[in-house]
Design a protein around this ligand. Structure first.
Ligand code: PA5
Length: 471
């Protein structure tokens, strides 16, 4: 890999007072976080080696040798299928969705098999019955392999999808149904592992100390990635290089720490919204993945000491240049409540030149001879400048290119930034009690055994008033 030693870049000039005046961060404010930085780096280091912490994702770049071998040999077979479908939701879906969009052709499923060189790919991360039916309408079961992914093994959405698919497979193939479905789940707990054993399904395991939204570099993301032909070793190499480079307790030498510190100071100054805006369609879903990571990890009611704090920054996704004609107006002139993170790409995988013509119209012909590449990067520069001029904090992550290695770096950077921010906020970034509440209420509504008390609580909740319903 020629570009292996290159690194993604993080530029936060336009977060600073020198550029955006009183809305910006002062040198003094940076210095004031020194102790916080040190504490966060030490805590991460200590928590990483003590049992029971959900920091297993930090070791995935180097501790999966046998898993990778298994993933690659299984993927080689599954690659021959015509359709490959992931059933999963949240952290069990978003990682591979973003890698798929970033690393496969943007119209992968429309390409001829000879160009695609991998199955058509679908991720079913919702239970909208119309969507499920639409999938069933286009796939051919004979040529399809499913990968059901759930860490807990009990998520109603994923298990329902699994039951529907398994029923169809069993009806058609009997005991050979197992040839069409692979499970990815916890090795010892949850329902899916028990079903997988009963049905003799090929199974990949999600380490106990790796939570859903941090699991993209476990078999959750890596197995589908390998089926799609991505170089999963390069993804892990990128992760490892980034992780190693982010161990120092000094934000000027640790990109993830710098990233978290700048978010933290801005959050304390009232910037409650964090916009992630890649200037690349291939990274659109990477913004979704990041939003889940940031939102679900940091939006918490209680801190580590049990006090009510209700913290968290609202993550918002946008896409350049498209949202320049939609959201940027708000970001430039609306409330001073957000920071914008751009993702910039140095070398796009295509280059297209705008042809000449219409010289008599100078406001058209000035575009001729330029490339779309020049246009998109000029627009990005122009937007960050306009935001800066209007005293709107913004920062830029630059990828030399969109490939496995740099995406590995980017994802590790974002996971580490989230972990550091969790330490700064003194909350548990790895649980999701708010999500569990909704899951439990669903179990109760559907009559699951053991949830009778929750069902009673729901039944006794105050009925809705007709006065506030218009028909
Ligand atoms: O990050 C998380 O923990 C969640 O988003 C989960 O990934 C999501 O709820 C799905 O859970 P599971 O993988 O257990 O089905």
């Amino acid at each position: 890999m020629a570009q292996e030693k290159k690194f993604i870049k993080f530029d936060y000039n336009y977060m600073m007072e020198n550029y955006i005046g009183s809305e910006g961060i002062t040198e003094k404010e940076l210095v004031a976080t020194k102790m916080l930085q040190k504490k966060a780096v030490i805590s991460l280091k200590e928590d990483r080696v003590s049992n029971g912490n959900m920091l297993g994702w930090l070791d995935l770049p180097h501790n999966q040798k046998d898993v990778i071998r298994d993933i690659l040999s299984t993927a080689k077979q599954i690659r021959k299928a015509e359709y490959f479908v992931v059933l999963g939701i949240g952290g069990s879906a978003l990682g591979i969705m973003s890698l798929f969009q970033a690393l496969c052709h943007l119209h992968h499923n429309e390409l001829k098999r000879s160009k695609r060189k991998a199955p058509k790919f679908y991720v079913e991360d919702n239970i909208d019955p119309e969507r499920m039916q639409a999938l069933l309408d286009i796939i051919d079961l004979d040529k399809t392999v499913f990968n059901v992914i759930t860490k807990s093994g009990s998520t109603s959405e994923t298990i329902s999808q699994f039951l529907i698919i398994m029923d169809m497979l069993k009806e058609k193939y009997g005991v050979n149904a197992k040839n069409h479905i692979i499970a990815t789940t916890d090795e010892t707990s949850g329902n899916l592992i028990n079903i997988a054993k009963k049905e003799d399904l090929k199974t990949f395991y999600i380490p106990k100390d790796v939570g859903g939204r941090f699991s993209v570099i476990s078999p959750v993301g890596l197995f589908p990635a390998a089926v799609l032909g991505m170089n999963i070793k390069d993804i892990l190499r990128g992760c490892l290089d980034m992780e190693k480079s982010c161990r120092k307790a000094n934000m000027f030498e640790n990109m993830a720490l710098a990233s978290a510190v700048t978010q933290y100071i801005m959050y304390k100054k009232g910037k409650n919204i964090s916009v992630m805006m890649p200037y690349a369609d291939s990274l659109k879903l990477m913004a979704d993945w990041y939003c889940q990571l940031w939102g679900e990890s940091l939006g918490k009611a209680k801190n580590l000491y049990g006090e009510t704090v209700n913290v968290g920054q609202t993550p918002v996704k946008a896409i350049g240049v498209t949202d320049q004609h939609s959201q940027i107006q708000l970001y430039t002139e609306g409330p001073y409540d957000k920071i914008v993170t751009f993702i910039n790409v140095e070398e796009y995988r295509s280059k297209i030149t705008i042809p000449g013509g219409y010289e008599e119209f100078p406001s058209v012909s000035f575009l001729s001879g330029h490339t779309l590449n020049e246009l998109i990067s000029s627009e990005k520069k122009a937007t960050e400048y306009a935001l800066m001029k209007n005293k709107r904090p913004n920062r830029t992550i630059t990828l030399p290119a969109v490939n496995e290695y740099y995406l590995g770096q980017l994802m590790m950077l974002m996971m580490l930034e989230t972990a550091y921010m969790g330490y700064f906020l003194e909350i548990d970034a790895f649980n999701q009690p708010g999500v569990e509440e909704g899951k439990n209420a669903t179990y109760a509504l559907l009559g699951r055994k053991g949830y009778e008390a929750k069902a009673k609580e729901l039944r006794s909740s105050k009925p809705k008033s007709q006065r506030f319903i218009i028909e």
